[in-house]
Ligand binder design. Sequence first.
Ligand code: APR
Length: 273
Amino acid sequence: MGTPRADFTLDDALDAEIARAADRVRGAEHVVALTGAGLSVESGIPPFRGPGGLWTKYGEPPMDGYQRFLRDPKRAWEERLEPSAPWAKALGETLAAAKPNAGHRALAELERRGACAAVITQNVDDLHRQAGTRNLLEIHGNHALLRCSQCHARFTNDELPVDPAALPPHCSACGGVVKDDTVHFGEPIPPDVLRGCFAAVEACDCMLVAGTSAMVYPAAEFPLEVLRRGGEIIEVNPEETELTSLSVQSLRGPGGAVLERLLHHVAAAEATA
Ligand code: APR
């Protein structure tokens, strides 16, 4: 599912740039990756903005999704189980079929090698988790999980099966109303994840920013905070973004292919070290 960009070739100049970035990653104390929808494009999930973006195609959804949920959680659940919004249908189909790509796997392997301390993702697609990343901060939640809107306890669908005849589901810990774990527009970021992100950013001296337009806050604040603290940013994106001019290197290519090559250079250097 999903294909690398047909128009992408890894030429020598870019490969040399990636090798330089690999040296930076190896030389850094505490690398944190920040990822966005672009990283999952090669897994067949469209981005939100730009060419082929969901919001480009269908328009941005209303910004009060969370308030609507609180007003009528039963109705919100019915909409979640049988989406009527075209963007939600399109996203749901691609999420169900998607598998991690080389970019997700490379970040998991960099973590395993001690070269990446944490991944902060804006993606709700569960692909970093499936790829094996352990220190994962899903700032916009995870579509495969459920969360209590009161005590923030999280559940898998097996732990809390949702009965369409008894909506909304309730929390087995506190009795609160349970929603899907994704952070709806207008919803505050769950405090535990936000705390984890701040701690990761505070310790970070090199941030790998892959596949994001860096326009949505609070995630877009993190690379700026790393810079304020004297750290550096390495961007991975086929297009320029708001961060390009602030990045010490901007690797112009698809996330899967570029991160896979970055891992290759890290591994090669480690093997000869
Ligand atoms: N590899 C890497 N980056 C890519 C690829 C690719 N194969 N294809 C596209 N991109 C880049 C685009 O150039 C763009 O900069 O990924 C970025 C995607 O940007 P957005 O669609 O804005 O996605 P993101 O930054 O994750 O959006 C943030 O906005 O609507 C909300 O909740 C939603 O989490 C999302 C948030």
